[in-house]
Design a binder for this molecule. Structure first.
Ligand code: FES
Length: 135
């Protein structure tokens, strides 16, 4: 797959990531929780990492977004990039955000961390469902 490195490393070793991604994971924008979110979601991935997404949606547009995880470097970076892509978008534009797009924007992820992008985007989608299915 294009943009995916073939590393077999299983540990969350910073040396597998460019310096700017390590920096982004250290201080990820949008990291945090919200008490007044209009939609939220939580997913625990098969690896055990967890992701939460919170959004404030007004008139169908994402006005605020936060994510929370204590997961690996890739999970924190994927959460941050996913949140940045969602901010200011309509809920239907948010549906164009895909794990492959996150991986491309990051210029690849180690193969055993591609699922981190799936966890981030899936949690975002679950938050969309939370919003759309509210009575
Ligand atoms: Fe599983 Fe990052 S290692 S989500």
């Amino acid at each position: 797959m294009e943009g995916v490195e073939s590393s077999n490393a299983h540990e969350d070793d910073e040396s597998h990531y460019p310096g700017e991604l390590v920096e982004l994971a250290t201080n990820p924008p949008y990291l945090g929780r919200m008490n007044d979110a209009t939609s939220s979601a939580y997913i625990k991935g098969p690896c055990g990492d967890e992701m939460e997404f919170y959004r404030v949606i007004k008139d169908g547009v994402v006005e605020e977004v936060k994510f929370y995880t204590e997961g690996c470097i890739a999970t924190r970076v994927c959460g941050s990039v996913t949140a940045s892509l969602a901010l200011g978008k309509s809920i239907y534009e948010v549906l164009d955000i895909a794990p492959g797009r996150i991986i491309k924007l990051l210029n690849g992820l180690p193969q055993n961390h591609c699922h981190c992008s799936i966890l981030a985007v899936s949690t975002l989608y679950k938050a969309i469902a939370d919003y759309l299915l509210k009575p």
